[in-house]
Design a protein around this ligand. Structure first.
Ligand code: PBG
Length: 329
């Protein structure tokens, strides 16, 4: 008996999915190695490669091994890196003095990286927390995080980083007016070509937990809610973006990424500068943990997650997956 088709279907979306070749032909969003920015942690000493427990596959390297790691990543096709310092408590104080120390671990490491690999895009972190005995991104007085008093400290560390050869300065502190303060200081010192990637919409997020373990940089009291944004807010991201653009930011960042894809889309729809998504430590840890339990296919989830950030409108993805992802790109 012949099957009767009662209604002709003119449109059949499945036709465009019928083979690898056709699926490839109609692919809309692509992810390439050029989109990836790889974060690395540096600590004092020699020949040290320390595991970050909550981030399987991610390590804290002493400078010598960090250089080897960067070389390996370059050979895999990565060309953009951001470095975070992990300092012992005796290098921390209220004023984050160590952050502008030209002989200190961080500045020396940046210098060395740029000497050995002048071709890479080297991004830095600007905020007080890795150097602060209070564990906050700004200067603390009587339990308050001071805004304007923090700005010169941030500007000074940015200039030291630019002098060391940094290509992109990454203020992650969320103080008001910091992009302008940094831009002005850079320009005054002749670093007019040093870029600023502003952490524009940085939310007060529990997804940063593993990162704070990695750097031992958790706040000593309270939380970061008086400077980082509330997860419930959207319009505020537009206010931050408008200010950052006006103050001279070359890139706008949204952080975290996965739970904030709507914000990535919002900024990419409304601003003409490149948008960065920070696929943060907790997002990485969740995928790794579930994969270790055998509950998901970690590699496929990784690629799908990165692609979702591109699809939302991110040009750049700052991600702990960068090295691993090169395997599929
Ligand atoms: C702090 C800073 C944080 C991250 C980057 N810079 C944590 C925080 O704000 O407490 C988090 C990154 C991550 O979770 O991967 N200046």
């Amino acid at each position: 008996m012949a099957i009767k088709i009662t209604k002709m279907m003119i449109r059949r979306p499945r036709r465009n999915r019928k083979s690898v070749a056709i699926r490839g032909m109609v692919e809309e969003t692509v992810l390439t190695k050029n989109n990836l920015l790889f974060p690395l942690f540096v600590l004092e000493g020699n020949n040290i490669k320390e595991t970050v427990t909550s981030m399987p596959g991610i390590y804290r390297y002493s400078q010598d091994l960090l250089l080897k790691e960067i070389e390996e990543c370059i050979n895999l096709g990565l060309s953009s890196f951001v470095v975070f310092p992990c300092l012992p408590d005796d290098k921390k104080d209220k004023y984050a003095t160590e952050s502008a120390n030209k002989e200190g671990l961080y500045i020396k490491t940046l210098e060395k990286i740029k000497q050995e690999f002048p071709q890479i895009a080297l991004m830095t972190d600007v905020a007080m927390d890795p150097y602060s005995s209070d564990g906050h991104d700004g200067l603390v007085k009587n339990g308050q995080i001071l805004n304007d008093e923090t700005l010169p400290i941030l500007a000074k560390m940015a200039v030291a980083q630019a002098e060391a050869g940094a290509d992109i300065i990454g203020p992650s502190d969320m103080m008001d007016g910091r992009v302008e303060a940094i831009r002005t200081a850079l320009d005054k010192n002749g670093y007019t070509d040093t870029s600023i990637m502003a952490y524009t919409a940085k939310y007060a997020s529990a997804y940063y937990g593993p990162f704070r373990d990695a750097l031992a940089s958790a706040p000593k009291f309270g939380d970061k809610k008086t400077y980082q944004m509330s997860a419930s807010n959207t319009s505020e991201a537009l206010i931050e973006a408008t200010l950052d653009i006006k103050e001279g930011a070359d890139f706008l960042m949204v952080k975290p990424a996965l739970a904030y894809l709507d914000i990535i889309k919002l900024l990419s729809d409304n601003y003409d500068v490149p948008i960065t998504a920070y696929n943060v430590s907790g997002e990485y840890a969740m995928v790794k943990a579930a994969a270790q339990k055998g509950w998901i296919d970690g590699e496929q989830v990784m690629m799908e997650t990165l692609l979702s950030m591109r699809r939302a409108g991110a040009n750049v993805i700052l991600t702990y997956f960068a090295k691993e992802a090169t395997k599929f790109l």
